[in-house]
Design a protein around this ligand. Structure first.
Ligand SMILES: Nc1ncnc2c1ncn2[C@@H]1O[C@H](COP(=O)(O)OS(=O)(=O)O)[C@@H](OP(=O)(O)O)[C@H]1O
Length: 341
């Protein structure tokens, strides 16, 4: 499959042409992917009537059925993106939950006190919904009240309105080795208890072949990386590891990019640190709501809030991957990102 899209994008001064990346996948691996996707997330492929369906698009794009419906709805019907909107885009397990809280806290910092903040009692995914899930439940009124939304959609799948609106897109990259390990843990957590544990080696094989929610990891990254190079004022390419290693610097950059820079007064009051403390792994994962609460992420998908908080560390892959696995994934990364160097 090969897909290329050209769009006209309006900015303040001129009209430009935006060409998204080409997504490629070989027919042969599509076949494998279908079976594999099925295997990873079987419980959520069942519909209410007990029927299990998988569409051609699911096979091609790697979306689960529920989000895919939302993606199509958005592509066909969402026309109301605003220049003030902020879209957080991630591959699953890149740090979505964390960046949702950071962006939410930055953008709403005039509204809430830090000892009575919504993030203390509400799961981040309830504060900042996934747009594709939101679209399924709000198909008749796709314009949300919020100006902050998140998505796992690949660049090639973004609705045109988002691309032409001049809104900000924040993309979060995470080392695929850590991302994979996180995804593997998550998949095992949310799988039906009737199913056997997903074996690490099998999951690794599938991931390397491009099986992941939102499509192949590397293509996902390349799409947004290219957009960030072409439109640096619109698309911020940021890294989980950078935020971990130097949160002060990177949260400042994040706030500046989305148009909410910290004032000198706020800096003197330590607001940046307060946001970082509020959104830290330790703080969020120890909240009652995130230890014991549940979140509905679509019609048939109810997850424990705690499944979004495991360790929040860098290089946990060292505890799971063999030397061969590390060499293989690094080689794929090198090969796929060669054109970006
Ligand atoms: N506040 C904070 N700080 C740092 N890291 C955090 C935070 N919150 C969640 N996490 C870690 O992020 C991983 C989950 O990824 P996502 O949030 O992208 O998952 S999802 O896409 O929303 O399902 C998962 O990573 P692993 O611990 O490596 O599995 C979470 O533990």
């Amino acid at each position: 499959m090969s897909r290329e899209r050209s769009l006209s994008i309006a900015d303040n001064s001129q009209s430009r042409t935006l060409v998204s990346t080409t997504m490629t996948s070989k027919k042969k691996s599509d076949k494998t992917s279908t079976k594999s996707l099925w295997d990873w997330f079987l419980p959520f492929q069942k519909r209410k009537d007990g029927q299990v369906k998988i569409s051609i698009s699911t096979k091609v794009f790697g979306f689960l059925i529920n989000p895919l419906e939302g993606v199509i709805t958005l592509q066909q019907c969402f026309k109301e993106a605003q220049p003030t909107d902020v879209f957080l885009v991630t591959c699953p397990k890149s740090g979505t939950t964390w960046f949702k809280t950071l962006l939410f806290a930055i953008m709403n910092r005039d509204l809430y006190d830090y000892d009575d903040h919504p993030l203390l009692t509400t799961n981040p995914h309830a504060c900042v919904p996934f747009f594709e899930t939101y679209a399924i439940e709000n198909a008749t009124n796709l314009r949300p009240d919020l100006s902050l939304l998140a998505t796992h959609m690949p660049y090639t799948c973004l609705p045109d309105s988002i691309l032409v609106s001049g809104c900000r897109i924040v993309y979060v990259y995470r080392d695929p080795k850590d991302l994979f390990v996180s995804l593997w843990h998550f998949a095992n957590k949310i799988r039906s208890k009737e199913l056997p544990t997903l074996i690490l080696g099998e999951a690794f094989e599938q991931f390397c072949r491009g099986v992941s929610i939102g499509g192949p990891f590397w293509d996902h990254v390349v799409g947004y990386w290219k957009a960030s190079i072409e439109w640096p004022d619109r698309v911020l390419f940021t890294k989980y590891e950078d935020m971990k290693n130097d949160p002060q610097l990177h949260v400042k950059k994040l706030a500046q990019f989305i148009g909410y820079p910290f004032s000198i007064k706020e800096e003197n009051e330590g607001i940046r640190q307060k946001i970082l403390d509020l959104c830290s792994f330790e703080s969020l994962s120890n909240l009652e709501v995130n230890k014991n609460g549940l979140i509905r992420l679509g019609q048939d998908m109810v997850l424990e809030n705690k499944s979004f908080f495991r360790q929040g560390k860098i290089q946990d892959w060292k505890n799971y991957l063999t030397t061969e696995m590390v060499e293989r994934i690094d080689e794929i990364t090198k090969h796929k990102f060669k054109e970006l160097a």
